[in-house]
Structures are given as C-alpha cells and as structure tokens.
Design a protein around this ligand. Structure first.
Ligand code: GLY
Ligand code: MN
Ligand code: MN
Length: 479
C-alpha cells in the first residue's frame, strides 16, 4: 500500500475569490462600522488562540415549514457574532498565525438563483464587505478545507450538532492527513468545542452591541406602551399580539426574538402560553412577554396590566409584591454580586410577601421574622407560585450563552453582562393552597439590565411599570 497522494488529494493552494486586485484586505471595514464590530469579535477570539489553532463555525441550516414553504431564515448566533453574514450555506474558518486568518465559504453569485431567492453577496462580497481575508463558493468547501486545515494542530469545532457538517469535517480531516504525509505539516489532532471560548466572549457585550440592544429595547418599549393603550375588555389576545408585530416591523426590527406570550386572566398562569386566542375580560389582568429582535439581538420584556385600566385590590397587592421583588433584584445587578444573588434577592422579597398576604406561615406579622424567611426560602416554600429562575443572560439568543457558574460557584457579575430580571407569581384558578381572592392571577414583570461599573443600567426603563404610571397611561389613551 502506498502513501503517495492521489489525484483526489490535489487541492488548489489559492482561493477562487481571493482579495480583488488592487484592494487592500479589509479596507472597507472602517467604512462599515457594522462589520467592523464583527471583525473586532473575530480578533478577540483569535487573541485567545495560540498559533496553529483554528475555529470552524457553520451557518444554521434552513428548514421547511410545510410543503415548499420555508421558515424565515435566522443565522446561527455564533456565525452572526463573528461575521454578520446573513445567509445559509456558509462557514467561517479562523486560523491563528495564518497569512489569511479569516476565510469564508458562502453561496456564490448566481443570477438565475438570485432571481428566485434574492440577492447574494457571493465570495466577492464576503471579502469586500464583510472583511474576510479570502472566500470561496460554498460548493468548494469539501475540496478546499483539507489544505486550509494543514498547519493547524487544534481545531475548535462543535461535533454532534449537524450530522452533515460532521461528515464534511471528518472527510476534510481524512484528506488533510493524507496531504500531510507529503508535506509534513500539522493536521488537527485535537478537537475542542469552540463554545467555551466563544460563548464567554458573547457574554460580555461591547458598547456597539449595547447600542443595538438599546434599539431593540426602545422598539419593544414603544410596542408595550402601544399595547397598554390599545387594551380594552372584549379585545382578543391576538389583537394585542398584532400591536407588537406591527410595531416591531414598522420600526425596522426583524420581528419578535421569540414567540409573543399574551395571556389574559388565568392564561397568564401558564408560563409559555402562546395560543393568544382568548378574549380579554373586564376585571382580569393581561400579561405580555414580548421582545423585538434588531440585528440579531433581542429584547425580552414582560409587563402585566389590567384589562379595565384599573387594578383591583387583590391584583394591586400581588402586583406591588412582584414589583418590589423586581426592583430589589435589579438593584443587586452590580459588580460584587453573583448571578445567584439576584435570584436570592427576588426569592426573599417574594417569600416575605407571600407570608404577609397569607400564602405561607401562620401570621402576616411573621413576614418580618428574618430567620423564618431564611428557612422558608431554603425550603423553597415559594415554589408553588414562583417556579422559574429570576434571570438569564440576554443577547443574540433570548436565553443567551455563557456559563452561569465558575468552579461550581455562581459567577460574579462584571460590567457588560446583560441579564433579565423577571420575577412573577402564578396562582392557578384551582389552587387551594392560595387565599381565594388571589386565584387565577398571573403576574410577571421583566426588564433587561446591563451591569456597569456603577448602578445597573435598565435598557427597558422607558416602559411603564408602576401601577400609577400604567393606570395613568391607560386613562390617557381612553380620554
Ligand atoms: N421570554 C422568555 C423568557 O422570559 O425567558
Ligand atoms: Mn420574557
Ligand atoms: Mn426572560
């Protein structure tokens, strides 16, 4: 058996769509700040690699919804973060120490296909607009990747996510090994999930990312305010949903970053209620969890308000408790606290309030007994009515990436992290453990909070949330 390379192993050493003549690689990055931010993300990732390490990230696949109709395409958040590339059938290879560290494979220009499915940037655009050092048509990935992997000893690639990608990568490694016998270059023999490095980067947002997230928050604020103003008994939940969809698109957002939850009355006690097809009844609350996506970044905001425009006494008592818990938890979003401290704060305020309102304990005055509250929190006595976490990271994904723990401990908050704060209370209509007057009420209040060097910055602060502000807004809208 011979080790000599076969004709199949002859790969072209230079890209089909290299930097156009006369152009300086990356020359337009400064002219296009949007893609300069992505170039900075790539550089930050490269800075964390050693020479001979590479990172390979594929585009998200596209899926059919039914028959010939596709779901709207959404790029993988990792590829979006590193390139801003919007289309399917693409892959990014970063190579630390290589002459051309950033290589993209993308759909080629194709006038016939573009007539059917829209304009493409092609490999030319990948270089000129998106700042790649070299780019090839997607169809050439299997041919070109083996040679591009030569010289790398470590490949950061996430196996076992997309079988088709795994097949391509395994084939490329196999061919690269054969090539390496001839020229004695390294071939990756260590494979690492890139997510640990990449997701840590994504967790801490840059000023550019925060500006985009603020835009998503501002559009979401306009939608929540408009929905409060549009609420009236007899309207359908989907009519409020339509206010969000309309506002998100009218203001240039991509649409909702997750399916809108619009729950009137007891529907608000179903955490992921998305049917949104019931009438809103006088005397009920309506709870809406909706956030706009802008350039891939989503807001995630919940407000709860009275269909009639006025909170009842029972609703008022529960609402103020959730609001107190939310404000106290937001105030914990500071350097010096951990992620878990934020949840602990919300649990403590809610638990004391549940004692005061007759859900727990024998006497409302026990709400001031700190030792008893400690015990009730440790026993998770609040769980029948507060069954979810208070926070999650927020960014390109609504439940964004980045670990919550370090060495088994909740991680400390640092400036640039963005998290939601979203306590709630959910009392089923048939919950016999709860005082009767509270049954059938669901309340959540959720804001998006950025940790800074000083006070927490609430990106969604413009959306009314005190009862006085909500009632005033609704009264104004009716007048
Ligand atoms: N909208 C999903 C969540 O609040 O986590
Ligand atoms: Mn939410
Ligand atoms: Mn959330």
């Amino acid at each position: 058996m011979s080790d000599a390379p076969t004709s199949e192993d002859q790969v072209s050493p230079s890209p089909a769509a290299a930097v156009p003549e006369g152009a300086v690689p990356g020359a337009r990055k400064d002219a296009l700040p949007r893609f300069a931010a992505h170039a900075a993300h790539r550089q930050a990732l490269l800075d964390r690699l050693e020479d001979g390490e590479g990172v390979l990230i594929f585009a998200a696949p596209h899926h059919y919804r039914n028959g010939d109709a596709e779901y709207g395409y959404r790029q993988s958040s990792d590829l979006l973060y590193l390139t801003g590339w919007p289309d399917p059938e693409a892959a990014l290879l970063l190579r630390k120490g290589a002459e051309q560290p950033c290589v993209l494979f993308v759909q080629p220009r194709d006038p016939e296909r573009e007539t059917w499915t829209g304009r493409r940037h092609g490999p030319e655009g990948a270089v000129e607009v998106f700042g790649a050092d070299a780019a090839w048509p997607w169809d050439e990935l299997a041919t070109q990747l083996p040679a591009l992997l030569l010289g790398l000893h470590t490949l950061h690639y996430r196996f076992a996510e997309e079988p088709e990608n795994d097949r391509l990568v395994a084939g490329a490694i196999q061919r690269a090994r054969r090539l390496a016998r001839r020229n004695h270059l390294d071939v990756p023999d260590a494979f690492i999930d890139p997510l640990r490095l990449l997701h840590e980067l994504r967790l801490v947002k840059s000023d550019e990312e925060l500006a985009v997230m603020q835009r998503a928050a501002d559009i979401t604020a306009e939608a929540h305010t408009a929905a409060m103003a549009a609420t009236a008994p007899g309207k359908m939940e989907y009519e409020l949903e339509a206010v969000y969809l309309h506002t998100f698109r009218r203001r240039g957002g991509a649409g909702p970053g997750y399916i809108c939850i619009v729950g009137g009355g007891a529907n608000a006690t179903i955490l992921h209620y998305v049917t949104n097809d019931a009438p809103l009844r006088d005397g009920d609350l309506v709870c809406v969890d909706a956030g706009c996506e802008v350039d891939g970044y989503t807001a995630d905001v919940t407000r709860t308000w009275p269909v009639s425009g006025r909170f009842s006494e029972a609703q008022r008592a529960l609402y103020q408790l959730v609001l107190d818990a939310e404000l106290a938890a937001i105030d914990r979003c500071r350097v010096g606290a951990t992620f878990a401290d934020v949840h602990d704060e919300a649990k403590r305020v809610l638990t004391a309030g549940l004692v005061r309102l007759g859900f727990l304990g024998d006497d409302p005055a026990e709400a001031d007994d700190a030792e008893l509250i400690d015990t009730l929190v440790a026993d998770e006595a609040y769980k029948p009515w507060y069954m979810h976490g208070t926070s999650h990271w927020l960014g390109l994904d609504v439940h964004d990436v980045g670990s919550y723990n370090r060495a088994g401990q909740s991680r400390p908050l640092v400036p640039g992290m963005v998290l939601t704060v979203e306590p709630g209370l959910y009392i089923s209509p048939d919950d016999e453990r709860a005082p009767a007057r509270f049954r059938g009420i669901g309340i959540r209040i959720e804001d998006d909070v950025c940790v800074t060097d000083g006070a927490p910055r609430v990106l969604t602060a413009a959306i009314p949330k005190t009862m006085a502000d909500i009632e005033a807004l609704m009264a104004d809208a009716r007048a």
